[in-house]
Design a protein around this ligand. Structure first.
Ligand SMILES: NC(=O)c1ccc[n+]([C@@H]2O[C@H](COP(=O)([O-])OP(=O)(O)OC[C@H]3O[C@@H](n4cnc5c(N)ncnc54)[C@H](O)[C@@H]3O)[C@@H](O)[C@H]2O)c1
Length: 316
C-alpha cells in the first residue's frame, strides 16, 4: 500500500516523505515541482531516490491529477495534503490565485479520494485557524480568520471534515505553526524569516517593518514531520484535529539573540514594532502529547538553531 504525499517537495512535506520512506513505507510524491527534483537541493531525500515515486501534478489540473491518482487505484492507504501557498506578505498579492491553490486544490484531491475510495486523508492545517486568539489555544478554541490565508485553512478543515462525515473518509487535521529548519533556505523566504534565521546562511543586516514585539511558536521541521506521522499512524482518531507545534512561544528578539550567539557575530538585525503576522501563540499541544504520544525534540530554540546551522553549512 502507498501513501500519497501532496506538496512533498516543500519544506514540511519533504520531511514527512523522508520519515515515511526511511521507515520503509511506499510513498508517492505528488508535487508541481516534481520535474525539478534534482535541482531542489533536498539532500535528505536524495539517498532514497529509488524508493519513492515522483508525480509532477498541479492540483488545479483536475484531469492529470485524477489520471495520476488512478494509477494507484486500490493501493492507496492514505493521502497527506500539504500543498499550499503559505502565510506571509506574498499571500494577499494574488488573492484569488492563492485561495484557488489552497482550497480548490484540496477539494480536487479529496474529491479524487472520494471517487477512488481512499480510506484516510490527512489535511495539513495551521494554528492560523485560531487567528489572533491569545496563546494557549486548544483544539476547542473557535475558528477566527485574521487574514486570507487563515480563511483558506479554516475552509479546508471544514470541507475536509464534511467530506469525511459524508463519504466515510477518515479525515484528520494537523494544525502546524511557524515551521523552521533544514530544507528551507532563508534567502528564499519573507523578510521576517530572513531576519530571524538569515544570519545562519550568511545574511546579516536584515530590517523588518514589524515583528519585534511578537512571540511565536516556532517549531523545528523534524518535530513537525514527526507529529504529522503520528497523526497518520494513530488509530481511532477519525475526524479529530491536533495542534502539532513546539508548544512554547519564543520572542523574535530572543531568536535573533540565539542566532547571533550561535554564529558568534553581531548580525545587525533590526525589527519594527508590533506583530508581523496577526496570530496568538503558543498552541496548547496537550492533546497531541496525550493522544499521539507527541513530544517535540527541539523544545529549546537554541538546539533547533544549532541543528539548522549544521544543515545550512552543508547545503551552501
Ligand atoms: N511553513 C509553515 O510555517 C507552516 C505553518 C503552518 C501550517 N503550514 C502548512 O503546512 C503545509 C506545508 O507547508 P510548507 O511550509 O511545506 O509549504 P511549502 O511552500 O514549502 O511547500 C508547498 C509545496 O506545494 C507545492 N505546490 C504549490 N502549488 C502547487 C500546485 N498548484 N500543485 C501541486 N503542488 C503545488 C510546491 O511545489 C511545494 O513543494 C501547508 O498546508 C501549510 O499551509 C505551514
Amino acid at each position: 500500500m502507498t501513501t500519497l504525499v501532496f506538496g512533498a517537495l516543500g519544506h514540511v512535506g519533504s520531511w514527512v516523505a523522508h520519515d515515511l520512506v526511511a521507515r520503509g513505507d511506499d510513498v508517492a510524491i505528488f508535487d508541481a515541482g516534481a520535474g525539478r527534483f534534482d535541482s531542489l537541493g533536498i539532500d535528505y531525500l536524495e539517498p532514497y531516490r529509488d524508493r519513492f515515486a515522483l508525480e509532477e501534478v498541479d492540483v488545479l489540473d483536475t484531469h492529470t491529477l485524477f489520471e495520476r491518482m488512478r494509477a494507484y487505484d486500490g493501493r492507496i492507504d492514505a493521502v497527506i495534503f500539504g500543498v499550499a501557498v503559505i502565510a506571509g506578505p506574498n499571500f494577499a498579492r494574488r488573492p484569488f490565485r492563492h485561495i484557488e491553490i489552497n482550497t480548490m486544490g484540496m477539494l480536487n484531491v479529496i474529491e479524487a479520494c472520494r471517487i477512488l475510495g481512499v480510506p484516510k486523508f490527512i489535511n495539513l492545517s495551521s494554528g492560523a485557524v485560531y487567528g489572533n486568539h491569545p496563546g494557549g489555544q486548544t483544539e476547542e478554541t473557535p475558528y477566527m480568520a485574521t487574514d486570507l490565508y487563515c480563511a483558506t485553512k479554516i475552509a479546508n478543515e471544514v470541507l475536509a471534515l464534511q467530506y469525511g462525515a459524508t463519504y466515510g473518509i477518515d479525515v484528520r487535521n494537523a494544525r502546524l505553526f511557524a515551521v523552521y529548519g533544514p530544507g528551507k533556505l532563508p534567502s528564499r523566504m519573507h523578510v521576517l524569516y530572513q531576519a530571524l534565521f538569515g544570519p545562519l546562511e550568511g545574511i546579516d543586516g536584515v530590517s523588518t517593518p514589524a515583528g519585534g514585539d511578537q512571540m511565536m511558536d516556532w517549531t523545528h521541521v523534524r518535530d513537525t514531520a514527526a507529529g504529522i506521522v503520528r497523526v497518520l499512524d494513530t488509530p481511532g482518531i477519525a475526524g479529530q484535529s491536533f495542534n502539532i507545534s513546539n508548544g512554547n512561544a519564543v520572542t523574535h528578539r530572543d531568536i535573533v539573540a540565539a542566532v547571533q550567539d550561535v554564529v558568534g557575530r553581531d548580525t545587525r538585525v533590526t525589527m519594527g514594532p508590533g506583530k508581523f503576522l496577526d496570530r496568538g501563540a503558543p498552541l496548547d499541544i496537550s492533546r497531541a502529547r496525550e493522544t499521539l504520544g507527541f513530544t517535540p525534540k527541539f523544545a529549546d530554540i537554541r538546539d533547533g538553531v544549532i541543528d539548522y546551522k549544521d544543515w545550512l553549512d552543508r547545503a551552501r
